[in-house]
Ligand binder design. Structure first.
Ligand SMILES: [Zn+2]
Length: 217
């Protein structure tokens, strides 16, 4: 959860929707999917959604990457990207309500060193628990992988990186104007922030709109 911000030179200067143009200094990018320590409502079909999400980005994704990623699944927790599921992010990880997943990058010298992706398998709608279907899992996985590949959020509603179900206050702080000036300070060596690059599921549009207005006008 603690992020060391990349230095200025590493941030994208050509595409505002990218945090880093080249987040990984090697290829393939190794991926570990933890499908052994899974929560109660995990579905074995989720695994294939991760594979589909990886393929999506290998085939160009949303067109906003500066490079073509190649992934390699490995059976090691030393992998570059580690994926795990929890029953509910709000309860298990203390995430704000409505966050369905997040990607937490560890950054060193303007590159990602590790990215942990945590996905929840369902959420409460009112008092009723509802498990995510494969379609939702795929969308959330694609979105979080996008973050793991250096992308921030898109302002295009049709883009997978649009925070469709996301709480705006959990936006990557790198992109918030409040942090912009800090980012531009080359002297900044290290700066820790709490990062939730999450996608939430079916939360109040009204609240989102309000936050949108606040941050994106
Ligand atoms: Zn996001």
């Amino acid at each position: 959860m603690v992020l060391i911000l990349p230095t200025v030179s590493a941030a994208s200067e050509t595409n505002p929707e990218r945090i880093l143009d080249y987040p990984w200094d090697h290829s393939p990018i190794t991926v570990y999917i933890d499908d052994s320590n899974v929560p109660e409502h995990y579905s074995p079909t989720y695994y294939a959604q991760i594979e589909k999400a990886m393929k999506y980005w290998e085939e160009g994704g949303n067109g906003n990457l500066e490079f073509t990623p190649v992934f390699k699944l490995v059976d090691s927790k030393e992998a570059d990207i580690r994926i795990k599921w929890v029953e509910n992010l709000e309860i298990v990880e203390g995430a704000p309500p409505g966050v369905a997943g997040y990607a937490s990058p560890m950054v060193s010298d303007g590159r990602y060193v590790k990215v942990d992706i945590v996905l929840e398998v369902g959420n409460y709608q009112g008092k009723a628990w509802r498990q995510y279907g494969d379609g939702t899992m795929l969308s959330v996985a694609k979105h979080e992988f996008g973050h793991a590949l250096g992308l921030g959020h898109s302002s295009n509603r049709r883009d997978i990186m649009y925070p469709e179900y996301e709480q705006r206050e959990d936006l990557n702080p790198l992109l918030l104007s409040k942090y912009g000036p800090i980012l531009r300070m080359a002297a900044l060596a290290a700066f820790a922030v709490l990062l939730y690059l999450g996608v939430s599921w079916q939360r109040s549009r009204k609240k989102r709109k309000k936050l949108e207005d606040k941050y994106f006008k």
